[in-house]
Design a protein. Structure first.
Length: 60
């Protein structure tokens, strides 16, 4: 899903975009995982940030 920069707010904060390198880098750094692992999680769980966060926390 492409991140629309004009749409901001709670709905946008609940999503994560694999096509935005800065979002993937932030997600990887936040969870202490590699960028490749972050991309795999995001692609598996889609744009749902909560589901991706839960999956990443299991890797620790």
């Amino acid at each position: 899903m492409v991140d629309d920069k004009s749409k901001r707010g709670a709905t946008d904060r609940n999503r994560i975009s694999a096509s935005q390198p800065y979002e993937v880098a932030y997600f990887a750094t936040k969870h202490g995982i590699s960028t490749e692992a972050a991309l795999q999680i995001i692609k598996k769980y889609g744009s749902d940030r909560d589901a991706a966060d839960k999956a990443a926390s299991k890797l620790k």
